[in-house]
Design a protein around this ligand. Sequence first.
Ligand code: KIV
Length: 257
Amino acid sequence: MAINIQYLIQAKQQGRSLIALTAWDYAIAQVLDGAEVDIILVGDSLAMVALGHKTTLPITLDEMIHHGAAVCRGVKRALVVCDLPFLSYQESISQAIHSAGRVLKETGVQAVKLEGGHPAVIETVQQLTAIGIPVMGHVGLTPQSVHSLGYRQQGQTDQDAHRITSEAIALQEAGAFSLVLEHLPANLAAQITAKLSIPTIGIGAGPHCDGQVLVTTDLLGLSAKQPPFAKSYLNLRQMITEAVQEFSHDVKNGQFP
Ligand code: KIV
């Protein structure tokens, strides 16, 4: 069964945890889909983990579309969501509609994700959802704002916690079908999750969200550097190094081919 938005809402109502992971190419997307991941996110973190940029800011809409289309070619079951990159939606609502429309038309993903919860973003989410473009929100640590927020945990003061909670509620009211909660205190993420009828997907936000997402290179142990809240289930960097060394040894010693 292909995952749709209704499935995600029902999962929250029934207390079933949602599983989300990032992907940026066909092969990994196929593997994640085969492993029955519910949501595959073509996250703009690919700017850093796949393209070697220092932040997510440099990636372009065309690059996101290129990777989003590759991911969709590998997916049959999961709901695929693609990030709108920095400055592809903040200038105006018509820019956001144009960017989100291109992403849906040119990749095959079912939804877009955008960051933040200030009033201009809320209005953008309202307009996108009104014309039938599903939107996932993202509050807390929002990496596109790294130069103003850094990568530190958000929501530590009462004032900040209150602002993030209000943003989450406003995003739901604007029509977002789900929210990523990134790097928040676990109790704040739990409170937001309890207040919302749409599912929250946590990353570094404790165990009480409706689902969890990781950047797949972190899960696989392939990232050169990863945030403290990530967990590696494999040391792929080491495994690849050993395989390459074995290949090199075999070639040098006439054992392959
Ligand atoms: O870009 C990304 O990978 C993300 C996840 C960290 C949620 O937004």
